[in-house]
Design a binder for this molecule. Structure first.
Ligand code: NAP
Ligand code: MG
Length: 405
C-alpha cells in the first residue's frame, strides 16, 4: 500500500515519562506504516529543556505559529521534587503555559465517547467541549485579610496620575476580607475569537455565559465584547455553517447543560471553566479519554491529551512491569492534528486517515478490548478484555489496516 503524502510539516512536540513511551509506540505502529509523516520535531522532554535552557520550548511554540498545527505529548511541569530527580539548574516553567502565552491561545477540552461507557448524565449523547478563559479574574486577584474596622475603596489612577474613579467598596465595622480582580479587553477579545473560530472549525454551536445581571461592569464587558465580535465578524459565517451563538446567564447555562444532549462548545470565564471542566469530564468518564486543543485567535492549533505523563505507570514500566496505560487521548491528539493539517492543505487522504484511525480506536473499544482504567467504567453487561498498552495498540492497528485496505 502506498503511504499517504503530506505537504506542510506538522510540528511534533515530544514529552516525558509514560506518555513518551506511548508516543513512540503510536508513531511506530499506527502512523509510520501508513503515512509518509512529515514533522518538524521538537523534544520537549525535560532533559532537553534543561540542556537548551528551555529554548526548545520557545522554538517549538514559534514553529507552531509558523506552520499552524502542532501535536504535543504530555510533559513534566517541574516542581521541587523534579528539580532533584532530573538535576535541573532551574525550575523551568510549564511548557503548556509558555506555548499558551506565545500563541495567546484558549484551551478546548472534549471527551471521547464510546457506547459502553455512558455519561453519568444519561441524556448526554454527544461530547460537551469546554473552553476556559485562562487569564485573570480570581487567579490574578489581589487579596487582603481585613484585620479591623476601616474603609475599603476601589481607586483607579490613569497613567498621568489623574484619579478617574474612587468608590467605597465597604465601610468595615469588623474584620473581613477584600479582593481586587481584573481582566483585559485584549485577552477577552482573543478568547472570543478563539471560541468563534473553534466553533466554526468543528461545526458546533457556541454557548457563553456570565453573571452580567449582577456584575454590571465586569461580566457585562465579557458579554458585550463577545456580542460585538460576533456581529462584526462571525454572524454570517455561523449562519452559513448552520450553527448558532447562544448567550445566557451562568446559572441558566448550568441548568440547560444538564438537560441537554451535548454536542456544543461551552465557553466559560476562568473560574467557571476551572470548576465546570472537572464536573463535565468526571461525568463523561475518564481523564484518559479527554482530548485537549489550544486554539489561538488567529487560528493556530496545538493538539494534546488532557492528562499528564502518568508518572505512577512510568515508574512501574522502569521496573520492567507491564503497564496498561490508555493511549486514546494521545492517539486522538495525532488524529486531530493530522485532520487539521489535511483540511488546511486540502489532502482528503490525510483527513480520511484521521477518521479511520479514530474509527479503529472506537471499534477496538466497542469490541471490548481496553486498557484497565476503562474496565471499571463500562456498563455491567459489556464483555471486556483488559490488555496492556502494546496489545491495545496492536488491536487498533489490525482494525486500521482493514479499514484502510
Ligand atoms: P496524570 O499524569 O494525568 O496521572 C494521574 C493519574 O490518572 C494516573 O496515575 C492514572 O491513575 C490516571 N491516568 C491519567 N492518564 C491516564 C492514562 N492515559 N491511562 C491510564 N490512567 C491514566 O497526572 P499527575 O500524575 O498528577 O502528573 C504527572 C506529571 O504530568 C506531572 O509531572 C505533571 O506536571 C504533568 N502534567 C502534564 C500535563 C501536560 O503536559 N498537559 C498535564 C497534567 C500534568 P492510576 O495511577 O490510578 O492508574
Ligand atoms: Mg479544576
Amino acid at each position: 500500500m502506498e503511504k499517504i503524502k503530506m505537504t506542510t510539516p506538522l510540528v511534533e512536540m515530544d514529552g516525558d515519562e509514560m506518555t513518551r513511551v506511548l508516543w513512540k509506540m503510536i508513531k511506530d505502529e499506527l502512523l509510520l506504516p501508513f503515512v509518509d509523516l512529515k514533522t518538524e520535531y521538537y523534544d520537549l522532554g525535560l532533559p532537553e529543556r534543561e540542556r537548551t535552557r528551555d529554548q526548545v520550548t520557545l522554538d517549538a511554540a514559534n514553529a507552531n505559529k509558523k506552520y499552524g498545527v502542532a501535536v504535543k505529548c504530555a510533559t513534566i511541569t517541574p516542581n521541587r521534587q523534579r528539580v532533584e530527580e532530573y538535576h535541573l539548574s532551574e525550575m523551568w516553567k510549564s511548557p503548556n503555559g509558555t506555548i499558551r502565552a506565545i500563541l495567546d491561545g484558549t484551551v478546548f477540552r472534549a471527551p471521547i465517547l464510546i457506547d459502553s461507557i455512558r455519561p453519568v448524565v444519561k441524556n448526554w449523547k454527544k461530547p460537551i467541549t469546554i473552553a476556559r478563559h485562562a487569564y485573570g479574574d480570581v487567579y490574578k486577584a489581589t487579596e487582603y485579610r481585613v484585620p479591623t474596622s476601616g474603609k475599603a475603596e476601589l481607586l483607579f489612577t490613569d497613567e498621568k496620575g489623574a484619579e478617574l474613579f474612587r468608590e467605597t467598596v465597604y465601610d468595615f465595622e469588623c474584620p473581613g476580607v477584600l479582593q481586587g480582580s481584573y481582566n483585559k479587553d485584549s485577552s477577552i477579545r482573543s478568547f472570543a475569537h478563539a471560541c468563534f473560530k473553534y466553533a466554526l472549525s468543528t461545526k458546533q454551536d457556541l454557548w457563553f455565559a456570565t453573571k452580567d445581571t449582577i456584575s454590571k461592569q465586569y461580566d457585562q464587558t465579557f458579554k458585550l465584547i463577545f456580542a460585538e465580535i460576533f456581529e462584526a465578524e462571525y454572524r454570517e459565517k455561523f449562519e452559513a455553517a448552520g450553527i448558532t451563538y447562544f448567550y445566557t446567564l451562568i446559572d441558566d447555562a448550568v441548568a440547560r447543560v444538564i438537560r441537554s444532549e451535548g454536542g456544543f462548545i461551552w465557553a466559560c470565564k476562568n473560574y467557571d471553566g476551572d470548576v465546570m471542566s472537572d464536573m463535565v469530564s468526571t461525568a463523561f468518564g475518564s481523564l484518559a479519554m479527554m482530548t485537549s486543543v489550544l486554539v489561538s485567535p488567529d487560528g493556530k492549533y496545538e493538539y494534546e491529551a488532557a492528562h499528564g505523563t502518568v508518572t505512577r505507570h512510568y515508574y512501574r514500566y522502569l521496573k520492567g512491569e507491564e503497564t496498561s496505560t490508555n493511549p486514546m487521548a494521545t492517539i486522538f491528539a495525532w488524529s486531530g492534528a493530522l485532520r487539521k493539517r489535511g483540511e488546511i492543505d486540502t489532502l482528503p487522504d490525510l483527513v480520511r486517515f484521521a477518521d479511520e484511525l479514530e474509527g479503529a480506536c472506537i471499534e477496538t473499544l466497542n469490541d471490548g478490548i481496553m486498557t484497565k482504567d476503562l474496565v471499571g467504567l463500562v456498563e455491567e453487561d459489556t464483555k471486556t478484555t483488559a490488555v496492556n498498552s502494546a496489545t491495545f495498540i496492536a488491536a487498533i492497528r489490525e482494525r486500521l489496516t482493514r479499514r484502510l485496505a
